[in-house]
Design a protein around this ligand. Sequence first.
Ligand SMILES: [Zn+2]
Length: 505
Amino acid sequence: MQYFLHAYVNGDTWTNAALNTAKFIGHRKYLSRKVRGWSTAFILDREDLPVSKYGGAWTKSRIHDEDLKSELLTHLQSLGKYVTAAAIIDYLGQPDVAKRYRLKKAISLATAERWMSGCGFRWTMAHGGQYVDGHERDDVVTYQQSIFLPAWYALEPRMWRWSVIGGELVEEQAQGADSQSHIVTWFHDESTFYAHDHRKKRWIHGSETPTPQPKGEGSSLMAADFVSADYGWLRSPDRNESVRVLFHAGKGRDGYFSNDEIIRHAEKAMAILERYYQHDDHVFIFDNAPTHVKRADCSVSARNMPKGCKEWGIDVPVWDANGKIVLGPDGRTLMTKACISNGFFNGSPQEFYWPEGHKHAGKFKGMAQILTERGYDVTNLKAQCKQCASGATTCCCWRILFNQPDFINVEMILESTCSARGFQVIYLPKFHCELNFIEQCWGYAKRIYRCYPMSSKDADLEANVIKALDSGLNGAQAAWAAKKYHGHRVLPSAILEELDNAKVN
Ligand SMILES: [Zn+2]
């Protein structure tokens, strides 16, 4: 490369210089191409030199290290739909990662970008010719500007701040927090673990009989939890009481973490926080990302509900593990039937499907039964008017349900349930799942999980998931994540700029 670059600088053309260099050391065209490639990479990034191993054999770039690659991929996927090359730099900059892969220096942005493509990412329009970056959508921007960012900045002065000084985590003095209690933000989300997701073997010797690998992802286990940057997973101080929920997704009807389950989950969290963490003020942060549209798909809506009891659900798209919509063989969105989420009435959940043991177990109760349970007399009511009179509220079953609080705004129930007990709720802006740092916690646990021996047994799956999650986030790591969160300003710079422009007080 040195010879080649000298030749080029001294006036030879790029191609000729490479050819002459190759000839000079007794090689041909192939090497001249290589030399040009290496040199281009080197010019873009002075850290990017081909590594010599075993006396002369050039090794490939580090991204061909399968473990590193799959670890990066897991991490990038955990960030959701909008990943950037900078995420690779941040990730490899973490002390534990840098140590494991013996990385001495941060990689450059140019290298990170090549690694992104090594991980299979391409800068491209979303399939179907439509660019679906919701970041710029008017309603999303408005939400950020007028609700999310002001709410966050109002809380921020009272949040804990952490710094790493000489490898030690040190609490920074929060500005203006002298006499007030701290605010702890708890991020909520779910994630799915798959039985057959494990670290791939790198090399198999020719004489070795390959072990048959099970096909598909195997059974899966969904975990839902709350995490804060200050305390880690939401637990009692002795770690015996936990809010973690594990459930088998896709089996029978618990495929969705529905709204009333989230409310029950929040109630469990509030109970622990009230008992042990009264000295802090607590705020819950919930996701509002496209990967969670499945909840909205199934959330209560009176449209086309049958009046009587019958087998009934709604069409929802099929989502894969990464939150992408699955397409059928015809190229269209694959749809499946799903039960709608249950309702909420007078402060408690209302089942919309008959429970086990009932003669119609599993069937939809029907609007008439649902309204009767809510104290309405529906004897002479139609299911739905052809055209409801304007202003009418009780003309038909559909209209009455339409005006029920849980049908008007599903999110409101969660919010009011929490605020009634003194807990604030903030929703992340839609399409901004990267702001939810619980994603990094899932990613960390999944890295550990993938190192365990693979098993198709549900019991092993569950045991491994628990082990991985528990070995994950302790206080120090949580604080490190916090440092990352505040220190590196995880809020996308574009939003911060917008915020500065808007001069939010
Ligand atoms: Zn009507």
